[in-house]
Design a protein around this ligand. Sequence first.
Ligand SMILES: [Zn+2]
Length: 300
Amino acid sequence: MSWYVMDKADYATALDPEICKLCSEHLSASVEDYMCDRCRNSLSDPPGSPGEDLMFLRKGAYKIFQFLMDFGRETGTHCDFEEDTEAEGSYIFQVGLPGQTRALPEFAGCDEKTRRCLDYVYLSWSQCDGVLIMIPSIMKEEFIFETIREYYYEPKHPSCRSHVGYRVKMVNGDEYSLGFTDRQLGWLPLVSPWSEFYDQRVRRERTSGKELGYQRDVVKGDLQERGVTQEKIKTMLDKYGVLDEDLFGENEEEEQDGDEEAGKEDMPMDVELNRAYRWYLSFSILEEYKEWEREEWEDL
Ligand SMILES: [Zn+2]
């Protein structure tokens, strides 16, 4: 376990709670759904409207972002967390092992909106590799891209020397950056036009981009890393009440003449996480439906 320092200077610009959740425009007034008029209106645009691809990408990215945050909240292990007495708004913490404290740290002395933003910063802290490991299958199923690359770079940032996100090219040729863990660097938009992102955020490319799933394949041989991730996925599926004991093919090991390694080689973590993601989406739709139903009843 290593110590992390969440330094306010590094993330403070991600604390503005008055932004549109889809495009990160500043909202002129506080609105319940955190969505700007332009984004809200474009949700009801007819198919084929200009900007439809971008809105689709933003909506999809936002759903995945919410899932990743909730996944971290439900399955992450948070321990030894304290505010730095020397620097207000800065925190020192360790990330523990499964079975340890599950509750997120308390960010004392801030309002609810700021705390929500701090949760996001905290939950994306040092997670950029982890996200690439977890979501290749989700990305593949959620979107149709012309190309998608895992993009490693040195960001224009005071303390971060190495970061990774996605560089995607849509079928119509438009290119975007997708940064699910950019909030740790104080950056808000999940989706940015590539040229803008490159000018403002990239100091130096580390690679011109790797295939989707590259980082996942890098850790494939790391049994410990794989074990921890599997444990987390089980926790998430268990929460939905859909945990299948045989999820990871454990009961088949004997049938494979004790060829344990071969069985483990086939375990597609990101595919299992995609399954958890689908359940997550179903449950959020169900929640929306319940909400709608409740309002209907109240009208009667
Ligand atoms: Zn917007």
